[in-house]
Design a protein around this ligand. Structure first.
Ligand SMILES: [Zn+2]
Ligand SMILES: [Zn+2]
Length: 299
């Protein structure tokens, strides 16, 4: 099971009752965190996310509301007695950011691996058991959106295995994707499983204007988490000049991508009650949710 939590939903600055936007995705006791603004470690604790499970952090861009919480979180992970490596990924400039962080946190008890990802084309990496795709967004600085996929194994079909006379001792090996030899012939996993299953997919895109690349990144996502800096369509000019989005624009991307569900996040501090604009998203894409801090879902 994959657990997805949005510990914070704010943009620009943390507010009383609204932490900054980030996403915690957990699978089998390992967690991937996307973005880490000021106060994120408190937001994670309030949302019941176990910090000690964080094995990877993806950063969308180097605006403070997405990255300024890293020094505190890295120190806390050290105090939680973390000894396994931490993988940090982000756009160009990550090396410089990490050099600065290691001045503030010089004696961490775990290793940090890092991946500086291109901001002009999609790239792929494996993190915490997920296949992660990063793709360029359109913001005031280089910025990446992420699609996090879990490739599910095909369903094992015992009738097929029994029909071929395969002893039970080999079933687990075949279901794990490895071939075996039985009575002098090769048996492949395809012979005893049913067809491929669609992966579970979570897409996360903030901060950005709408782009065709986002539609590709979020294609058929089970959950599309997208910025909605402004709920009111009257803020269209602001959205263009500040390189952010309206609720209705995010909803249009969700509809074009064929996503199953949209969670809106990264709300303007000038919007105290984002939920009052929910209809602006729902009339474009019915399954739109104006997220709250601590929003949670399992796949
Ligand atoms: Zn932001
Ligand atoms: Zn930004």
């Amino acid at each position: 099971m994959i657990d997805i939590t949005l510990p914070g939903t704010g943009g620009m600055q943390p507010l009383p009752g609204r932490w900054l936007t980030c996403c915690f995705i957990e699978l089998a006791g390992r967690a991937l965190l996307i973005d880490c603004g000021e106060g994120t470690q408190i937001a994670l604790q309030q949302a019941g996310c176990k910090l000690s499970r964080i094995d990877a952090i993806c950063i969308t861009h180097y605006h403070a509301d997405h990255v300024a919480g890293l020094p505190g979180l890295l120190l806390t992970l050290g105090n939680c007695a973390k000894t396994t490596p931490l993988h940090i990924a982000g756009p160009k400039g990550l090396r410089t950011v990490l050099q600065g962080l290691l001045v503030l946190c010089p004696h961490l008890p775990y290793e940090i691996y890092f991946s500086e990802l291109p901001a002009d084309k999609p790239s792929q990496l494996s993190l915490c058991g997920f296949e992660v795709t990063a793709a360029p967004l359109q913001h005031a600085v280089e910025c990446l959106g992420y699609a996090v996929e879990y490739r599910r194994k095909p369903v094992f079909n015992p009738q097929k295995a029994e029909a071929l006379g395969i002893p039970r001792a080999h079933w687990r090996t075949l279901h794990a994707g490895m071939s075996i030899r039985h009575e002098g012939r090769e048996v492949t996993p395809e012979m005893v499983t049913d067809g491929a299953r669609a992966p579970y997919k979570i897409a996360y895109c903030t901060d950005t204007r709408p782009t065709g690349g986002i539609v590709s990144l979020a294609k058929n996502a089970d959950l599309f988490i997208c910025e909605g800096m402004y709920g009111d369509d009257d803020e269209a000019e602001n959205a263009v000049s500040k390189r952010h989005m309206l609720f209705s624009e995010a909803a249009s991307l969700a509809r074009q991508a064929g996503a199953k569900e949209l969670w809106l996040t990264h709300f303007s501090p000038a919007m105290p009650l984002p939920a009052q604009f929910a209809e602006n998203a729902r009339r474009v894409f019915a399954n739109s949710v104006v997220a709250c801090d601590g929003q949670r879902k399992s796949l």
